[in-house]
Design a protein around this ligand. Structure first.
Ligand SMILES: [Zn+2]
Ligand SMILES: [Zn+2]
Length: 123
């Protein structure tokens, strides 16, 4: 098998060559930390494959919003992830919400879910 050509790390001024991905291992961690600071660790979790898979499965079992019986498209944690990270993929700790009920819940008690006023304004 021919060697795949290495590409330079995408981090400014870094000269390391990488086999795959945009960054060398050192800058991959660094870029991830910067991403977390900008978007928040919540954003990373909600874009992770395990969560996306769980969410799809959960909504297929619970297709209706528990608040208004409309079509659900959001899975909400009953115990916040921050307090019970061990339950973040537990069916018993989740409930289906539609977009408007979900944003109402976050607007009411945003700080508990790690979503501050800044994120709410831009959402
Ligand atoms: Zn690098
Ligand atoms: Zn609803």
């Amino acid at each position: 098998m021919p060697m795949r050509p290495k590409r330079p790390c995408g981090y400014p001024l870094c000269r390391a060559l990488v086999d795959s991905g945009p960054y060398c291992p050192e800058h991959k961690r660094k870029a991830q930390r910067e991403y977390d600071r900008r978007r928040g660790p919540e954003h990373r979790f909600y874009n992770s494959t395990p969560w996306r898979r769980f969410r799809r499965w959960f909504l297929s079992r619970h297709p209706l919003c528990v608040e208004c019986d409309g079509p659900a498209n959001t899975v909400d944690h009953i115990e916040p992830r921050r307090e019970r990270p061990d339950l973040e993929l537990a069916e018993s700790n989740c409930r289906a919400l539609c977009a408007s009920c979900h944003s109402r819940r976050h607007a009411r008690d945003g700080s508990r879910w790690g979503i501050g006023p800044v994120n709410l304004r831009s959402a």
